[in-house]
Design a protein around this ligand. Structure first.
Ligand code: JFZ
Length: 573
């Protein structure tokens, strides 16, 4: 069996994949007996408390005569996606492939075709990796599985505890045989995207992982197989970490607010939203798995098609700054955009174009700088070093307008591999950004739960003795406004508790209550809202290195996750 890092090579190179949620739920499309059932389209059976017999009857209406595997695959390829993950069996338990278990698309629908066979052929032709989503834990149709419909009438799936013996039998009698079908009938499979581990034990997660690897040694297993035993991890829906992550991670994301098609969901993201997510995630080393929810006729909704074609036009020109890149070597974001790296090159993905872009902390000599969209356009480079504070400065002279209205790429060819100062540095505009993950966390004692979340935000900050400290390098001294930025621990959560904090900067103290009336506008904050609070003013008389710390002076006990601090900012006044 090969090592995990070998298996992951194609996936890390790919960076961008298509997720497809398609099943019987595409027929009601969010509406049951004339009424919208709130929630995700693919959850309609559960959320609508629909008895299995009624739900299964949808199969007779599932006839996707407009389905064309080549068209879907062509769209994914045109968008720049390098792998495709499709729901082979979602929580409803219906198999979208030919299976010995009769509840499947070939045996139960008038369509009667194995769409996975068509997709496997189209993917092989186009050079895309075919991958299968498979709900191993929840199966609302299978006795013994979690979320079984008969046990859900006044229960919730996440606290439903199926009988361990019957659950084990379900794994043996349905899950393993179906995985064997998926891994033997369709050629090489890129990965199995397991999901929602709730009842599964660690031994069972390991057993399924090993079962997959035994059938196809190169096939990856998603982190949602449970208990952290997969080949890579999943972040939350649309979740962007604050800084680069270690290891292999992927963010699954929707184009509107559902995975499976809902006729009434028109809340489409813009091309700007999608490109910013792609760029932001890539700069942090996270794969982007972007979803489409086809209709029961077999069509990908037109707004999704238009968005993906827009992404594709951008990727045709700028894909080099995405595929096979390393994360930003600086451990922080820039207010003008993001950085990726490959070999001796840095790619500056500029979201806020400016003719005079400056970068601090790059120690390499720059051999050449150019626009990825048009290498013939002259970009001037000047580099200097301030020996007093040991700070490198790169100044670029760029055209007045960027080549792309949303994200334009400037390439820096360096002498050698990128070598950057990774301490918090004052940026050329004067801003100093102090993310918590770049500081030092000081838990008050063994009882303290203070730690970093997966997204690199402070969590478990519930004790007044906890604090965080940083050292920062200041090149342009003066007066600054000190701001604290909190992040919501949950997708779309509005507020986190009005905690009171004090920040000490070089011995000067400012203090205030963290409010929620100044939302931050950034790609990340769009999905996990962030709020900034101005705490007061400090003055730094000279360039140099300074200490900063933040403590809580009052914590709101009912805020579940405690003080979820993302960062402190010093803005020049
Ligand atoms: C799960 C499914 O329940 C859902 O239907 C869809 O298939 C999605 C891709 O995966 O939902 C989740 C599970 C976990 C998170 C988000 C959505 N999460 O950890 O943020």
């Amino acid at each position: 069996m090969c090592e995990v890092s070998d298996r992951l090579a194609w996936w890390t190179e790919a960076r961008f994949g298509m997720f497809i949620h398609w099943g019987l739920y595409s027929v009601p499309a969010g509406i049951w007996k004339g009424r919208p059932v709130p929630g995700l389209g693919e959850w309609i059976m559960h959320n609508g408390r629909i008895p299995l017999e009624e739900y299964a009857a949808l199969a007779q209406q599932f006839n996707p005569v407009k389905f064309n595997a080549r068209e879907w695959v062509e769209l994914a390829r045109a968008a720049g996606m390098r792998y495709l993950v499709i729901t082979s069996k979602h929580h409803d338990g219906f198999a979208m492939f030919k299976s010995a278990h009769p509840y499947n698309i070939v045996d139960a629908t008038p369509y009667g075709r194995d769409v996975m066979a068509d997709l496997a052929e189209a993917c092989a032709e186009a050079g895309l990796r075919l991958c299968f989503y498979y709900s191993q834990d929840q199966d609302w149709s299978a006795p013994g599985a979690s979320g079984h419909w008969e046990e859900m009438q006044d229960n919730h799936w996440w606290n439903h505890k199926p009988d361990p013996e019957r659950f084990a039998r379900y794994l043996e009698e349905k899950v393993k045989p179906q995985l064997r079908e998926l891994l033997t009938n369709y050629g090489p499979i890129g990965l199995i995207w397991f999901d929602t581990p709730v009842a599964i034990t660690k031994e069972q997660s390991e057993m399924l992982r090993d079962f997959v690897h035994a059938l196809q040694p190169d096939c990856l297993v998603s982190g949602r197989v449970g208990h952290g035993v997969g080949d890579y991890g999943s972040l939350g829906d649309n979740q962007i970490p604050c800084g680069p992550v270690e290891g292999a991670w992927e963010t699954p994301a929707t184009l509107n607010d559902t995975w499976g098609f809902r006729a009434d969901d028109h809340n489409w993201k813009s091309l700007k939203d999608v490109l910013y997510l792609l760029v932001d995630l890539t700069s942090k080393g996270v794969n982007y798995l972007l979803n489409v929810g086809p209709t029961s006729e077999g069509l990908i909704p037109q707004p999704s098609v238009d968005l993906l074609r827009g992404v594709g036009r951008w990727m045709d020109i700028n894909g080099e700054a995405i595929y096979g890149t390393q994360p930003n070597p600086y451990p922080y974001e820039f207010d003008w955009g993001r950085i990726t790296a490959k070999g001796d090159k840095l790619y500056l993905l500029v979201m806020r174009w400016q003719p005079h872009l400056q970068l601090v902390g790059l120690r390499n000599n720059v051999r050449r700088a150019y626009l990825l969209a048009d290498p013939s356009v002259a970009v001037s480079v000047s580099q200097s070093h301030d020996t007093a504070i040991d700070q490198h400065l790169l100044a670029l002279g760029l055209p007045a307008q960027g080549p792309d209205p949303l994200v334009s790429v400037v390439v820096l060819e360096l002498e050698g591999r990128p070598d950057v100062d990774t301490t918090p540095l004052q940026q050329p505009g004067g801003l100093i950004n102090l993310p918590v993950y770049m500081g030092e966390l000081h838990p008050s004692g063994p009882e303290s739960g203070l730690s970093l979340s997966r997204a690199k935000v402070a969590q478990g900050w519930k004790s007044l003795g906890d604090f965080v400290s940083w050292q920062m390098k200041v090149s342009q001294p003066g007066a600054f406004e000190v701001r604290a930025i909190v992040s919501s621990p949950y997708h779309g959560a509005r507020a986190t508790g009005e905690h009171e904090v004090e920040v000490t900067v070089a011995g000067q103290v400012v203090q205030g209550v963290l409010k929620h009336d100044e939302p931050v506008d950034s790609p990340r904050a769009r999905y996990f809202p962030e709020y900034a609070t101005a705490l007061g003013k400090v003055t730094l008389e000279a360039a140099g290195t300074y200490d900063v710390s933040l403590r809580a002076t009052h914590l709101v006990p009912e805020a579940g996750e405690g003080l979820t601090l993302a960062r402190v900012e010093l803005r020049p006044l």
